[in-house]
Ligand binder design. Structure first.
Ligand code: KE4
Length: 427
């Protein structure tokens, strides 16, 4: 660890819990203090010593256009001149809702929040209020933010840190959440047979990104849709990561499945704090003030965040065709890395869905949390640090996703592969 980092980290640790404002940033699972970032532009991120890295974290997904896109920055600059928050409805919020509703056929009404956690928490409360039922179900290794009901066998930070449940979540709340293995049709059918009429909602990441990337097996999501519809259970797709990541819309559009509620975040905020929950008018109108399910937020739909998000979505809409190129680039990178590991005789399983990927240090296949946990996290940590030393910034956890942006160039990919070659020499 370099000297500057330790100075910044020890200073931060004197006043911020763990020195970070979100646990995964602490780099605990890769066994070092975190680098501090000064700035970022395009596909590059720069630490406080001015060292540049090709960034595959992209702020955990939002920066799909690349960092500090000039049009996004210009739009934010113009917006902040008019004020930053009014606590009153603004036209950019309506435009945001219109753009999202036009991209998601399942969304007739939307409610903005300031985080994905609030979006998922709202969706669950709304489903419970709408159905009058208490029980919900989720899937092991999926992460839907840190509200009490979903911190059960949760992915992302909880899995990274080995705290899939969490002290502070009362047993009375935890017992209202069932958690099943992802991609396990039998477990799903058994659970619905046993609890169907008691379940308010089932929430799922349609493509899992928080146990590392795990794609849904054929029929898993179709079966989920059929069984929830049959039993009056609200199906919630958590598309906080996947919303506008694969196409101009959700993963739901690509597979032709309409969930009852969708959670969004990350990309729709263009790098500013945002979340959203959307769905059918029938369910969404149960939210206060039209309905009786309460939900609120001082900065929900913040006009500056809306402008950043709208500018991002408008630029993505103009790139509709080039999502395929992002997919192609990511495929090239992953295949080339797979080849390198194979030649070195190091077992890896690289899971990729369009422009998100994870290099699991194991033979594979990785189809759920249980198989993901077979990975060699020590080897992952050595790979992480080797790539960092060679100028590549990967997610500091085996159980997270890597992302490409439209700003990643062929040259970036070439440099990444060169870094991988050098790293594998000493792995
Ligand atoms: P936020 O509350 O962090 O905005 O969103 C929570 C959330 C909800 N749903 C999904 C599918 C998510 O991936 C997330 C947040 N993702 C993590 C990383 N995988 C955020 C990084 C962090 O916790 O610092």
């Amino acid at each position: 660890m370099n000297k500057t980092t330790s100075i910044h980290f020890s200073k931060a640790s004197r006043v911020i819990s763990g020195g970070v404002n979100s646990p995964v940033r602490a780099w605990k699972s890769v066994g070092s203090s975190p680098l501090f970032v000064d700035r970022a532009r395009g596909s590059k991120i720069y630490d406080v010593d001015g060292r540049a890295y090709i960034d595959y974290v992209l702020s955990w997904g939002p920066m799909i256009l690349g960092h500090a896109h000039p049009k996004v920055i210009a739009a934010i600059r113009a917006a902040v001149k008019e004020g930053t928050s009014f606590g009153a409805p603004t036209r950019p919020e309506t435009s945001m809702a219109e753009v999202i509703a036009s991209a998601f056929p399942s969304i007739e009404r939307l409610r903005m929040t300031s985080s994905g956690t609030e979006a998922a928490m709202t969706a669950i409360r709304l489903a419970r209020g709408y159905t009058g039922r208490k029980l919900i179900a989720k899937f092991d290794g999926c992460y839907h933010g840190h509200s009490d009901s979903v911190l059960i066998k949760a992915g992302s930070g909880p899995t990274t840190l080995g705290i899939p449940g969490s002290p502070g979540v009362p047993e009375d709340i935890a017992r209202l959440t069932l958690s099943l293995p992802y991609n396990d049709l039998d477990a799903l059918e058994k659970t619905i047979r046993r609890y169907g009429s008691k379940l308010a909602a089932i929430i799922v990441e349609p493509v899992a990104g928080n146990m590392g990337v795990v794609s849904p097996q054929k029929e898993f999501l179709e079966k989920l849709r059929t069984l929830t519809a049959k039993n009056g259970i609200v199906l919630i797709f958590d598309e906080v990561i996947t919303g506008f990541r694969f196409a101009f819309g959700g993963y739901q559009n690509l597979i032709g499945i309409k969930p009852d509620l969708t959670c969004l975040g990350k990309i729709i905020g263009g790098g500013l704090p945002v979340g959203a929950v959307g769905g059918s008018k029938k369910i969404m109108e149960r939210l206060a003030p039209t309905g009786d399910v309460y939900q609120a937020g001082t900065l929900s739909g913040n006009p500056v965040a809306m402008i950043a998000g709208l500018t991002t979505l408008n630029l993505l809409q103009a790139k509709k065709q080039s999502f395929a190129s992002l997919d192609k680039k990511t495929g090239q990178l992953c295949r080339a890395m797979e080849e390198m590991f194979f030649k070195k005789g190091i077992p890896v399983c690289i899971n990729r869905v369009f422009s998100m990927f994870t290099v699991f240090f194991q033979e594979g296949p990785v189809v759920n949390l249980q198989t993901a946990l077979q990975s060699d996290t020590k080897m992952f940590a050595r790979f992480f640090h080797g790539m960092l030393k060679n100028g590549i910034w990967l997610a500091p956890s085996q159980y997270e996703a890597g992302f490409l942006s439209f700003a990643h160039t062929e040259n970036d990919l070439q440099k990444t592969l060169e870094a991988c070659t050098k790293t594998l020499r000493n792995l």
